[in-house]
Ligand binder design. Structure first.
Ligand code: TXA
Ligand code: MG
Length: 374
């Protein structure tokens, strides 16, 4: 597509849009997909960049529009659980149980690949990630397209995932045919990716469905690997690259990244709050313009110091924090700071996904808080 061709923005939410208009716009987007074009669409997690998963040439377009390497497999999106059998084979009964319990919703199941899906979708691999999204527009689009949709998050490679149509256009305007604008995403972080092709099952990426809930169905499901080198000493600039890349190539340690350097202290709750405060004081003393991404309760003290603050939401509302995370990161990144600071979250519930995304946004590692001054 030539750069001069603007991306069509098709609004499918809001009071001024009628049901008929929504249906017509979804049909228009589906026609583009059937013609092998790329369409971004809302899901409950983040916006996806869709192509007909059965059309290898269309799927190749996803990789070039994003600048994504071909060794990173795409998730295939379906609109009915039964369609899992068209995309995957040798489906274990636990996959149907998980589907029954968590679909539609933010869970991707990794299963043996069926022949209908061309190898480019799975980066040549023998397994496929399958997901049934909860967003009604996503479901309507898949049905109208008449094919499963391969769709990664609709951002340029290594950039923060989009949770609004404006984020999609900021990265991909002119590079894709259309975006269906369904407003902000409700979950805000990507789906949990659960590998069912090995025993015990392993969570490759923590996301919208927590490990605790998955263990209600698979009690021995393993959590994602967090290695010792995930935390580096303060001042150590080295980038910890992944050892896990071979299993899930998309799980590179540096990902979801803002342009401004971000430091995420390896401390939670009161210790996290103290670490950000101490870090901000030091940076301000050095004459730096500092930004911080923190729970609401921590905002006032930092603002009073002159720190540029983006709030994540109330500390006791993790779902609100995941919902706001990427938008807050993008907003903070646009405010001309020299350095951004945050702290991590406890390893429970959605905290696991928050930790994971913050660590990647920080370049792959947390930073040890410096000992506080006497
Ligand atoms: O919530 C989501 O999952 C969003 C929305 C659009 O559905 N999609 C998304 O896609 O986040 P993407 O491509 O940005 O991330 C997919 C992740 C990558 O880390 C990829 O490596 C992993 O899933 N993945 C996909 N297929 C896989 C497979 N067969 N085996 C292992 N990992 C896989
Ligand atoms: Mg992505």
């Amino acid at each position: 597509m030539s750069e001069s061709q603007r991306t069509l923005r098709l609004v499918v939410s809001g009071e001024r849009v009628s049901a008929e208009q929504i249906a017509a716009r979804v049909a228009e987007a589906a026609a583009l997909l059937r013609a092998g074009r790329l369409v971004a669409f809302p899901t409950e997690t983040v916006y996806g960049l869709g192509a007909d998963a059965t059309n290898a040439a269309a799927v190749a377009g996803i990789f070039s529009a994003k600048g994504r390497p071909l060794n990173d497999p795409l998730i295939v999106h379906i609109a009915e659980a039964e369609a899992m059998a068209e995309v995957a084979r040798d489906i274990p009964s636990v996959a149907w149980e998980l589907a029954q319990r968590f679909w539609p919703g933010p869970l991707t199941l990794v299963l043996p690949l069926a022949a209908r899906i061309p190898p480019i979708v799975t980066a040549g691999g023998a397994t496929v990630g399958v997901r049934l999204p909860a967003h009604p527009i996503a479901q309507a689009l898949i049905r109208a397209a008449g094919a499963p949709l391969a769709a990664p998050s609709a951002n340029r490679f290594m950039r923060t995932s989009p949770t609004t149509a404006a984020h999609v256009l900021a990265d991909l305007d002119g590079r894709i045919a259309a975006v269906l604008d369904g407003g902000p995403c409700a979950v805000g972080v990507e789906s949990s990716v659960l590998d069912l092709t090995r025993a015990p099952a392993r969570l490759l990426r923590p996301g919208g469905v927590t490990l605790e809930r998955l263990r209600e169905v698979i009690p021995d499901a393993q959590g994602p690997l967090e290695r010792a080198e995930d935390t580096q000493a303060a001042g150590d600039d080295g980038e910890a690259m992944s050892a896990d890349v071979a299993h899930s190539p998309g799980q590179m340690q540096r990902h979801y990244a803002p342009r401004t350097r971000l430091i995420v202290y390896d401390a939670t709750d009161a210790a996290g709050r103290a670490a950000v405060l101490a870090g901000a004081r030091r940076c301000i003393a050095d004459g730096l313009r500092v930004g911080a991404l923190v729970p609401d309760e921590e905002a006032a003290t930092l603002t009073a110091l002159g720190v540029v603050v983006e709030r994540l939401g109330p500390g006791d509302a993790p779902a609100e924090q995941t919902r706001r995370l990427y938008a807050a990161l993008r907003a903070l990144d646009a405010r001309g700071c020299d350095l951004l600071l945050a702290h991590t979250f406890a390893r429970e519930g959605l905290g696991l996904a928050l930790r994971d995304r913050l660590r990647r946004a920080a370049g792959g590692a947390f930073t040890m808080p410096e000992a506080s001054e006497p």
